[in-house]
Design a protein around this ligand. Structure first.
Ligand SMILES: Nc1ncnc2c1ncn2[C@@H]1O[C@H](COP(=O)(O)OP(=O)(O)OP(=O)(O)O)[C@@H](O)[C@H]1O
Length: 318
């Protein structure tokens, strides 16, 4: 066995039995990888443990917990060439879904065992590291409404219910957006800047097909005039995500840029990778090729070919 890794494990994440889950991870990984196991506590979080592992010269860091744990650990790894593995055990598992990594323990461990990494971008938002997305307005209010208690009781439905409740008091705000080459002024209910996003983050899907390694961030602006229009635009974005075609409604805008400076009036809350902060203005910039993530084998697409049945068919193999 010549692979070794730090496993940063949050025993308080998710709704499962942490002892069983840790035992399962160890039973799958330890035959191949020597693990240094670091448990998070209320006082010492995944970010601090990952920083210690980076300083200790780790060549692989694996984080296991909810999106909070994974983001904090990833933040410490940004800008290094350390292989970063994720084993999701949270409620929404946006991190895994955004990067196409299985959100089951055996599936995620298998990806790490395969050992294939992909270099992706990250971002920085007002000094905070960001891997997935920053949501201004609606998303931040929803994240704040879906508290720990609701997530424990309802799982991912907590976000859906919180979103529906938020829809009931939909607010819009003036926004000024400055990129490297333009300034845009409009009114919106949600502004989302994504480096990577799961398809369930509908408010990030304006451009359909966020590219995680293009050195650019994807912004989606949603500006419905009524609650009915808000529902219709959310549904349109949901279809956008599944069809891969960009959004096409007057109340949805999207653009790509290396960086955004966003000023809102009145000031809005912002959720960065699920953590709500207050910041005005919000400044986000892409950090290209910042993370080396273990990902599933990229499946080779079978070449499309159908020749049988053609008249006088001759095929010569070369
Ligand atoms: N040993 C521990 N005991 C109690 N809380 C802990 C412990 N370790 C970490 N935490 C807390 O866990 C939280 C991070 O949880 P994380 O986001 O990983 O899981 P989650 O909340 O279940 O996920 P999700 O956000 O997907 O629901 C942080 O607030 C952190 O303080």
């Amino acid at each position: 066995m010549n692979r070794s890794a730090y496993l940063i494990f949050n025993p308080a994440a998710g709704q499962g039995d942490p002892e069983q889950e840790l035992a399962q991870i160890r039973s799958i990984l330890e035959p191949e990888i020597k693990l240094e196991i670091c448990l998070t506590t209320e006082e010492i979080g995944a970010g601090e443990l990952a920083t210690i592992a980076v300083k200790a010269g780790a060549n692989t860091i694996i984080a296991s917990g909810g999106d909070g744990t994974l983001s904090a650990a990833a933040a410490a790894v940004i800008g290094t060439d350390i292989g970063f593995g994720i084993i999701s055990r949270g409620t929404a598992n946006a991190f895994a879904n955004a990067l196409g990594i299985p959100d089951t323990i055996p599936g995620a461990c298998e990806v790490i065992l395969q050992g294939i990494t992909r270099t992706i971008d990250a971002a920085e938002c007002n000094g905070y590291p960001m891997v997935l997305l920053a949501g201004i307005g609606f998303e931040a209010e929803t994240v704040e409404r879906a508290d720990r208690d609701a997530k424990n009781r309802l799982g991912v439905m907590a976000y859906v219910l919180a979103g529906l409740q938020e829809l009931g008091n939909l607010k819009s705000f003036d926004v000024e957006i400055e990129t490297e080459d333009k300034i845009i002024k409009t009114t919106a209910s949600a502004v989302t800047v994504a480096n990577a996003a799961p398809s369930t983050s509908v408010l990030a899907q304006g451009n359909a097909g966020i590219i995680v390694d293009d050195g650019l961030l994807d912004m989606t602006i949603v500006a419905p005039a009524t609650k009915a229009a808000a529902l219709a635009s959310a549904f349109h974005l949901f279809q956008t995500a599944s069809s891969g075609n960009a959004a096409d409604r007057d109340d949805i805008g999207y653009l790509r840029a290396k960086q955004f400076k966003i000023t809102t009036n009145p000031p809005q809350k912002i959720a960065i990778d699920g953590e709500v902060i207050e910041a005005a203005p919000v400044e986000i910039k892409c950090i290209p090729s910042a993370l080396n993530i273990f990902v599933p084998t990229i499946e080779e697409v079978e070449p499309l070919e159908k020749l049988e049945g053609l008249p006088n068919l001759v095929i010569e193999e070369k």
